[in-house]
Design a protein around this ligand. Structure first.
Ligand SMILES: Nc1nc2c(ncn2[C@@H]2O[C@H](COP(=O)(O)OP(=O)(O)OP(=O)(O)O)[C@@H](O)[C@H]2O)c(=O)[nH]1
Ligand SMILES: [Mg+2]
Length: 289
């Protein structure tokens, strides 16, 4: 999956049999180019060097295997999954800056739950962007689940309230809420998300069970800033990484996990309903080489 990282690091290690100072520096640079932050890249390169010496690994394939393992060790503690609440409806609030793939991920998740035999309701909480409501409604039709929506410009809190009322009346298993990726200002957006959170808490007797942050794998270092900001607003419980089918470098995940405790839960690998996987540290790390 980390195609860019694979290529870059592969190029550095190709034909090497020892990790001399120069190779370590090149390896650091390759990791940084694949969106790993400088401190984490330095740490990884250093650890790789120490392990190679200790374990007397001298061939290219062995070095690559060590790197895979290094990435795995870093990601494995962060592996998580979406869990359903004991008392339905499970409420999943989906967040992220504009264009990262929130609405598509919602449709994929709804499709996944439907195929497990659960009934799903979508809430059109992005009332800001033109046509956002219609986009979610089209997905709802394709997936085969109802969408609770109001007009563009409506209060997303009111949409959430409606959706939870409907969910309780119908015995819905899972409510998945779309949110805006952009408002007039970022402060507005964060305030609106907090407000949606409060309304969910009041209407469902507990905070949204999942506050899922969607991050585009192409985002690079900025992914960490996004995670920090959304986490401050709503206490993110999980991350979905989208567009890993593209040329995305994905290295930012390695720095993100170095800094934050948020579990990695889902991986988006395309534009179709089926293109959603549970996050696997092993697969992700193996994809490096
Ligand atoms: N290749 C690829 N494209 C994706 C993936 N997920 C989403 N997309 C595409 O990314 C674009 C934006 O997706 P949306 O789901 O509309 O993103 P959003 O975050 O809801 O965007 P806003 O509503 O504008 O904030 C669309 O063209 C999607 O088809 C993925 O995993 N892989
Ligand atoms: Mg959207």
């Amino acid at each position: 999956m980390l195609k860019g990282l694979m290529r870059r690091v592969g190029n550095v290690l190709r034909g090497r049999t020892t990790l001399d100072e120069e190779t370590v520096e090149e390896l650091e640079a390759a990791l940084v180019q694949a969106d790993v932050s400088v401190p984490v890249a330095m740490e990884m390169a250093q650890q790789l060097r120490e392990r190679a010496e200790r374990e007397r690994v001298t061939d290219e394939e062995g070095l690559l295997q060590l790197l895979r393992d290094e990435a795995y060790q870093r990601l494995a503690p962060h592996e998580g999954e979406i869990e359903l609440a004991d008392s339905p409806p499970t409420v999943i609030l989906v967040l992220g800056v504009n264009g990262v793939g929130k609405t598509t991920t919602i449709a994929k998740l709804a499709h996944m739950f439907k195929s497990q035999g659960r009934n799903v309701l979508l809430a059109a909480g992005d009332t800001f962007r033109a046509a956002a409501v219609e986009q979610l409604q089209r997905w709802g039709e394709r997936v085969g689940c109802d969408v609770i929506a109001q007009k563009m410009g409506a209060d997303p809190g009111a949409v959430m309230f409606d959706a939870l009322e409907a969910a309780k009346a119908r015995g819905t298993d899972v409510v998945i809420a779309d949110t805006a990726g952009r408002l007039h200002t970022k402060v507005n957006l964060m305030e609106e998300l907090r407000k949606m959170g409060r309304i969910i808490e009041r209407a469902n007797g507990r905070p949204a069970d999942e506050r899922l942050l969607v991050i585009d794998a192409n985002t690079g270092q900025n992914a960490i800033n996004q995670a920090r900001e959304f986490n401050q607003a709503v206490d993110v419980t999980g991350i979905a990484i989208t567009k890993l089918d593209s040329t995305a470098k994905g290295g930012a995940l390695l720095s993100l996990t170095a800094e934050m405790e948020i579990p990695l839960k889902l991986v988006g690998t395309g534009e179709k309903l089926e293109d959603l996987e549970l996050f696997s540290a092993r697969e992700f790390a193996d994809g490096i080489v």
